[in-house]
Design a protein around this ligand. Structure first.
Ligand SMILES: Cc1cc2nc3c(=O)[nH]c(=O)nc-3n(C[C@H](O)[C@H](O)[C@H](O)COP(=O)(O)O)c2cc1C
Length: 190
């Protein structure tokens, strides 16, 4: 089996977002996990419009170049770490839109969630879990969450509490075996 590939999906596309700092920290912390390669995937850089495919993604007939480009990137991973802030007690519209664009490329993969907000973004994470179930992503129970008030200086500079290293470690401990198991499932002869 080839080495696992995990995409760290940056779920905020907002100018001035803190999401990139969180994603970079997650990437840095993940480097010690040599059983997988990790890559930051910035939803903003794919310039996805609001869903403009005429046929639902589950039918797999993508017509737009931006969809095909996004599908190819999503397909290249065995699992994901979704980085989501909390917007109005939910995940970001940009992340939901990006998930909606494709379907088979998400199927039978594993995911962990990293959330942040004034209450740790835990409500956003719960809403994200509902969406992930529908695209057949197995999301692990462990979760890393960051408080805007204490894990960020002046609500803008990411300075996570040292305990969060272990918290993210638990996400990786759960995610990597599931990503490996699901890779075997996808690669098993039908
Ligand atoms: C439209 C919008 C809605 C928000 N709603 C919430 C919320 O419901 N709960 C919360 O804790 N923070 C909320 N926030 C604050 C965000 O969590 C905070 O601005 C965070 O930095 C956003 O992440 P980003 O900078 O990576 O986009 C909201 C921010 C925006 C822009």
């Amino acid at each position: 089996m080839s080495k696992l590939k995990i995409g760290i999906i940056v779920g905020s596309t907002r100018p001035g977002r803190v999401a990139e700092q969180v994603a970079r920290w997650v990437l840095e912390q993940s480097r010690s996990r040599t059983e997988a390669d990790f890559e930051i995937v910035d939803v903003a850089s794919f310039h996805l419009p609001l869903l403009d495919e005429p046929i639902p993604a589950s039918l797999g007939r993508y017509s737009k170049d931006h969809t095909k480009r996004w599908a190819e990137k999503v397909a290249s991973f065995d699992g994901y770490i979704f980085i989501t802030p909390e917007y109005n007690h939910g995940l970001t519209g940009a992340l939901k839109n990006a998930i909606d664009f494709v379907w088979a490329e998400w199927n039978n993969k594993a995911a962990g969630i990293v959330s942040y907000g004034s209450a740790g973004g835990v409500r956003a994470a719960e809403s994200l879990r509902l969406v992930l179930a529908e695209v057949k992503i197995a999301d692990v129970r462990s979760q890393a969450f960051f408080y805007l008030g204490t894990d960020f200086e002046n609500y803008t500079t990411f300075k996570p509490d040292p305990s969060k290293v272990e918290m993210l470690g638990r996400v990786l401990n759960d995610l990597l075996p599931w990503a490996k198991a699901l890779k075997a499932l996808r690669e098993a002869p039908a």
